[in-house]
Write a protein that binds this ligand. Structure first.
Ligand SMILES: [Mg+2]
Length: 330
């Protein structure tokens, strides 16, 4: 009875009734999700990215102390921040993801050159924000047609990891394909072992969340990462939330596993400040994939820029249909 109660308690976090029923007889949520729910969780992953970006942009580059003085707890999509955003607008994290997803949908298949072209068109459109490493990689493509920047010890920023959502959806159901394409898209701008590892693990966690998993399995994925790259260890989290991909993932993982729902996770992350739009974006895509649409607060969905919201949801469904999982189920 005790064990059954524990399963019930764990399972109640998921909000999918199908999981709840399954949990009574089988380990919680390890049974594949029905197709309509998979699409719902995929949409939640993409929307989670955009919401985390829009919410975090307000507190980017601030310290937790400064955030406390100004907002007490920052929990509303109000724009502002150093970019003076309108409420609901997003930054490079979401814009680069949408550019990447759009290239895949246009080609109907993997198209690295198409992605590079879309990144270039995006850069030429004078975006509100662009990271220095991304700018360098895209400029190299423009000048030399280069689709892979050389290895660089300074490339361990989070700029490749932040745009993993469309890659995770496009390769849903095939972890080898995910790994290959995660690294290929990363190397357009960032070539570093830690950035590569982060891209693969984020994509893997998004896929796990979409297809149905439990917190233990999700945590196991981070433990495997830490076993291979100990710098990602995040117990005894020290509060560093910089653009260094190690700090970024430590922040995301700390709040993902120390909170009980999408909203608490994102509020925790963005109130840590630092590179808050990107930590918010990455936490949003993983937590969105894991908790699903029901867990996303309606007030955040309502505030998100409508064009961005529609495009993210539209891409999510179409990318999953193109994926290995989609070819079997959709
Ligand atoms: Mg940004």
């Amino acid at each position: 009875m005790k064990a059954k109660n524990k399963i019930m308690k764990d399972t109640l976090r998921y909000k999918d009734e199908s999981c709840l029923v399954e949990a009574l007889t089988v380990s919680p949520c390890l049974v594949p999700r029905p197709a309509p729910l998979v699409f719902g969780h995929a949409r939640a992953a993409y929307l989670g990215l955009a919401i985390g970006d829009a919410l975090g942009a307000t507190t980017e580059f601030m310290t937790p102390g400064e955030i406390k003085v100004k907002h007490k707890v920052h929990r509303k999509i109000i724009g502002g921040g150093w970019l003076y955003l309108k409420p609901g607008m997003v930054t490079d994290d979401t814009e680069m993801s949408l550019a990447l997803g759009k290239a895949l949908l246009l080609a109907g298949q993997w198209d690295l050159k198409g992605i590079a072209e879309n990144f270039l068109a995006w850069m030429k459109s004078k975006p509100i924000d662009i990271g220095a490493t991304c700018r360098r990689g895209i400029s190299d493509y423009r000048l030399k047609g280069q689709l892979e920047v050389p290895y660089n010890e300074w490339d361990a920023g989070n700029g490749a990891a932040m745009r993993m959502a469309p890659v995770a959806l496009f390769t849903l159901g095939d972890s080898l394909l995910l790994k290959e394409y995660a690294i290929k898209q990363a190397h357009l701008t960032h070539n570093h072992t830690l950035s590569d590892a982060a891209c693969v693990v984020i994509g893997g966690m998004v896929q796990q969340g979409i297809l149905g998993t439990d917190r233990h399995k999700l945590h196991e994925t981070t433990r495997e990462l830490v076993a291979e790259y100990p710098s990602f260890r995040f117990n005894n989290y020290r509060g560093n939330a910089s653009p260094y991909v190690v700090d970024t993932l430590q922040t995301v993982f700390h709040y993902l596993f120390s909170t009980a729902n999408f909203e608490e996770c994102l509020i925790g992350v963005v109130n840590q400040g630092g590179d808050a739009d990107t930590t918010g974006a990455i936490a949003g895509m993983i937590a969105g994939a894991f908790y699903g649409m029901d867990a996303i607060p309606a007030r955040w969905l309502k505030k998100l820029n409508k064009e961005v919201k529609d495009e993210a949801e539209n891409q999510a469904v179409k990318l999953v249909k193109l994926s290995p999982w989609g070819s079997q189920h959709a």
